[in-house]
Design a protein around this ligand. Structure first.
Ligand SMILES: Cc1cc2nc3c(=O)[nH]c(=O)nc-3n(C[C@H](O)[C@H](O)[C@H](O)COP(=O)(O)OP(=O)(O)OC[C@H]3O[C@@H](n4cnc5c(N)ncnc54)[C@H](O)[C@@H]3O)c2cc1C
Length: 468
């Protein structure tokens, strides 16, 4: 029985939508489709909630919060508070993290059940353009949504053994705090783990092939993060291509093409994630693919009229909230509504390290490419002028990118808690606000959102707490 209905004994059941994969993309599609009155089957081989809830966003953010508490305890005396940092109880940290996951997992299961989604536990496979096979049963649907997500990727010849060479999945369950770690990859995941481990007292070195950490961000944000990481004692090798790893008596020795060798207890491979599509019947049933990704148009339609794909399986931004939005878009389209395509530049991006890096819109480099150098105006507002940031003792900047005499097309922020400011930044970008319009809005004092207000005051030509 699934969701009160015995699908196995009901051969006549044809669902409006069958969704393969119950992660952020799949379950969002299921919830919205059910809300719009469609009958929905959701097939999941593991746990509802997928990567984000169980192995991604939520556990990493719990670890980062524990890391923040560790740092604040160590620095308590700077605020006149007497506290002694005794160390990290890693089992306690895991318990806290797992409790957060368990609570959200329970809530999500309840939500799916209450919307009358037929949840089918099992590994599914696309068996035709209108069916999925699972547990020896054929589930028919007028429409199929592929949402099988992604898994950690490695590079040829680098085997993730789960012991000394690990992926983020292993790192989240590590029952010890290593003395030293090399992290391969300075993107979001690598940088977040570097931040956590440093706060937990680990010696961390990031190896990144590109010239900067968080290389997809505006260069100014990367440089500010690098400065902050240097100050925190997080080491990084940039423009350093990995050439090999060997086991030593106590751990690993990582080599780079430019001749560096770094010894550590562990190597975390954080070079990205690859789509889960092999052997699932996609190609056999005519779905157009590219390097394992399912190709989609702006409405998340594949080349097969009865099949859509959402989330990390599609070659769009690999973020949970993108998965949610794509799932909702598909559900609304299938229900006959007229959803608008997603503007991926308008999706907020946050790296939750200490300090946080948050952005929306396009970088200065991209704006110059699109509009020409003469048409692009930028402004940097230093958080040193922001009372609340000063109280928090955080350093950083907000950088705005504007089309000359036009809208703000990029907001790039670095500093503690800047992820919480990205909501307003996103409204500014997505509503194509002019600096003078944002300057009209009064921001509460003293908040960090005020820094966003002040940056726009300055860009509108009437700076308040800003030095010329
Ligand atoms: C360490 C880490 C931190 C992250 N932090 C953030 C963050 O802070 N913010 C953010 O927005 N994003 C974050 N992400 C990315 C985010 O987790 C993903 O973008 C999101 O989970 C993608 O959702 P999805 O539904 O496409 O895929 P997934 O969440 O991977 O879900 C796919 C589901 O399909 C199931 N499945 C696969 N094959 C089958 C099959 N054959 N039959 C049945 N079920 C199947 C899987 O079991 C899985 O549950 C993070 C990722 C990682 C790894």
């Amino acid at each position: 029985m699934h969701g009160g209905r015995d699908v196995a004994n009901d051969a006549s059941t044809v669902f409006d939508v069958v969704i393969l994969g119950g992660g952020s993309g799949g379950y969002a599609a299921a919830l919205r489709a059910a809300q719009l009155g469609l009958s929905v089957a959701l097939v999941e081989k593991g746990e509802l909630g997928g990567t984000c809830l169980h192995r991604g966003c939520i556990p990493t953010k719990a670890l980062l919060h524990a890391a923040e508490i560790a740092d604040e305890t160590k620095e308590a005396a700077e605020f006149g508070v007497l506290a002694t940092f005794q160390g990290i109880d890693i089992n306690g940290v895991h318990k806290y993290k797992d409790d957060v996951i368990a609570g959200l997992y329970k809530g999500l299961q309840g939500l799916v059940a209450s919307r009358k989604v037929t949840f089918i536990q099992g590994e599914g496979k696309l068996s035709s353009q209108t069916s999925v096979d699972v547990n020896g049963q054929r589930i028919e649907g007028r429409h199929i949504v592929l949402a099988t997500g992604s898994v950690p990727r490695s590079i040829p010849g680098l085997e993730i053994d789960g012991n000394r060479v690990i992926s983020s999945d292993h790192a989240l369950k590590l029952d010890r705090i290593p003395k030293s770690v090399v992290i391969l990859g300075g993107g979001v995941i690598g940088v977040e783990f570097a931040s956590v481990w440093k706060s937990f007292g680990v010696e961390v070195t990031i190896v990144e092939a590109l010239p900067h950490l968080v290389p997809l961000e505006d260069e100014n944000s990367s440089k500010l993060l690098e400065r902050a990481f240097r100050k925190r004692g997080i080491k990084f090798e940039l423009k350093a291509r990995f050439s090999g790893v060997e086991y030593t008596e106590t751990g690993v020795r990582v080599s780079t093409e430019n001749g560096k060798q770094i010894d550590a207890d562990l190597l975390l491979v954080a070079i990205g994630r690859g789509p889960v599509s092999a052997g699932l019947g996609y190609e056999e049933n005519g779905v157009a693919m590219d390097r394992g990704y399912v190709l989609v148009d702006e409405y998340m339609r594949t080349n097969v009229p009865t099949i859509s794909a959402v989330g990390d399986l599609a070659p769009t931004l690999q973020l949970a909230h993108v998965g949610f939005a794509e799932g909702i878009l598909v559900a609304e389209r299938l229900a006959g509504l007229k959803p608008v395509p997603i503007d991926y530049d308008g999706v907020p991006r946050v790296t939750y390290s200490n300090p946080e890096v948050a952005s929306v819109g396009i970088s200065e480099a991209k704006a110059v490419e699109l509009y020409g150098k003469d048409k692009v105006v930028t402004l940097k507002y230093n958080l040193a002028g922001n009372g609340k940031s000063k109280i928090l003792k955080t350093a950083g900047e907000i950088k705005l990118v504007q089309v000359k005499d036009g809208a703000v097309v990029g907001v790039h922020m670095v500093g503690a808690r800047m992820g919480e400011q990205v909501g307003e930044a996103q409204l500014i970008y997505n509503w194509e606000a002019l600096p003078a319009e944002v300057a009209q809005l009064i921001h509460a004092h003293p908040t960090q959102s005020e820094a966003l207000g002040e940056a726009h005051l300055a860009l509108a030509g009437k700076p308040l707490h800003a030095h010329d």
